[in-house]
Design a protein around this ligand. Structure first.
Ligand SMILES: [Zn+2]
Length: 154
């Protein structure tokens, strides 16, 4: 009778061993259903999806920042070739500078080079505004607020 009992117990154990597998399979399906109600079985991809969505949020403020920088007026017009919109450091008002041309070091240097090699044209650097320094002035208080030097070799 004992062998029969053992023979009957084996199928009973296998049935009992299969039940935990069914329970494990059922437990694996439960978190999928609890995830977002979509039983697709891709919880790993759903976890990576929010990470990919955060990158546009990071790039968002980066795009906005240059717009803010453009709205901020400069304190001086150094290096500007044309009249520039600045906040005057003297009268603290937003103004557009007016420019004057003045012969600088490189203007005289160009003049001397022309004097040595092309004597009849030595005066040309003083005639062209492109060959002279650019001085920015505030139209409100009249003070110098910037300068762009003329350089022969840019
Ligand atoms: Zn001013």
């Amino acid at each position: 009778m004992q062998p029969n009992v053992v023979a009957y117990n084996y199928p009973a154990q296998t049935d009992g061993y299969n039940q935990p597998q069914d329970q494990q399979a059922y437990q694996q399906q439960q978190p999928l259903n609890q995830g977002q109600g979509v039983p697709l079985g891709y919880p790993v991809n759903q976890q990576y999806a929010p990470v990919q969505q955060q990158q546009p949020f990071i790039n968002g403020p980066v795009i906005i920042q240059p717009i803010i920088v453009q709205q901020v007026r400069r304190a001086n017009a150094d290096g500007c070739q044309f009249p520039a919109d600045i906040n005057c450091p003297y009268c603290q008002k937003p103004v557009q500078t007016f420019i004057k041309h003045k012969s600088g070091c490189h203007t005289w240097l160009a003049c001397w080079l022309l004097f040595l090699f092309f004597l009849p044209l030595f005066f040309l650097p003083f005639c062209f505004e492109e060959c002279q320094d650019i001085i920015h002035f505030c139209p409100n208080c009249g003070k110098k607020v910037g300068k762009k030097k003329y350089k022969m070799c840019c």
